[in-house]
Design a protein around this ligand. Structure first.
Ligand code: DC
Length: 226
């Protein structure tokens, strides 16, 4: 990747509610990088499936819908945004209806091909932190900056409940880890951070330590002690 692109990607993967989005946001802010939440892209397609009353188990119908909808990804104020039919879906992306179908929709190969291409395109805009399930394994397999954040199922369920969401975290994880196409895995070379007992600051510190070890700051011409 480094030879083909001017910019570098930090890949953060992990199961639902592992704390990866918060860590990725903090890291992006601290280092001045573009923050990309790839899950929102899958959620946007899932929202279109819900709004158009498409059966998520009918992959042909999902693919047909993909061809009909107007969906594109952009970066605004340093964050990725997905625009569906000209507007930002906002909080609808976190609705119970979307939580219930997103893993099924994300298992459709055509959905993944479209979104992975859009994710790679974003690297033309600048250095970025991208969080998801297959960022280190599929989207940017050559990046040396790979982190996998996990947490116990109990802690992850508690976090979702604290956010007021009905989210079958374990069922989504099972579907995400068992699908044939780009399952959730610890990517080769990724450093695993268990966030169950850590504060967000400690998770970010562990991520910064990995970046220091793997030469991010030298590469960016910065001091290794941000
Ligand atoms: O990160 P999240 O929980 O908002 O992601 C929602 C769903 O999208 C997740 O259950 C699986 C899918 N997803 C994926 O398949 N690949 C990604 N890179 C990101 C998310």
């Amino acid at each position: 990747m480094s030879d083909l692109h001017k910019y570098d990607a930090i890949a953060i993967d992990g199961p639902a509610a592992s704390g990866k989005s918060t860590a990725a946001r903090r890291l992006a802010k601290e280092l001045g990088l573009i923050m990309v939440n790839s899950g929102e892209m899958y959620r946007t397609v899932a929202l279109a499936v819900v709004q158009n009353e498409v059966d998520p188990s009918e992959s042909v119908a999902v693919v047909n819908l993909l061809e009909e909808i107007d969906l594109h990804c952009a970066v605004e104020k340093g964050h990725s945004v997905v625009i569906l039919e000209g507007t930002h879906p906002g909080e609808a992306l976190r609705s119970d209806a979307v939580n219930a179908v997103v893993s099924q929709v994300a298992a459709v190969p055509e959905v993944r091909n479209l979104l992975v291409a859009a994710q790679r395109e974003l690297l033309n805009l600048g250095d970025l932190v991208m969080e998801g399930r297959d960022i280190g394994s599929v989207v940017f397999p050559d990046t040396p900056y790979k982190i996998y954040i996990e947490a116990s199922e109990e802690v992850r369920n508690q976090r979702r409940r604290a956010e007021g969401q009905v989210d079958e975290v374990s069922s989504r994880d099972r579907q995400d880890a068992e699908r044939k196409n780009s399952p959730l895995v610890v990517a080769e070379g990724a450093q695993v951070i268990d966030s169950s007992e850590l504060s967000i600051e400690e998770v970010v510190e562990a991520a910064l330590a990995l970046l220091r070890d793997r030469g991010w700051f030298e590469r960016k011409g910065e001091s290794a002690t941000p």
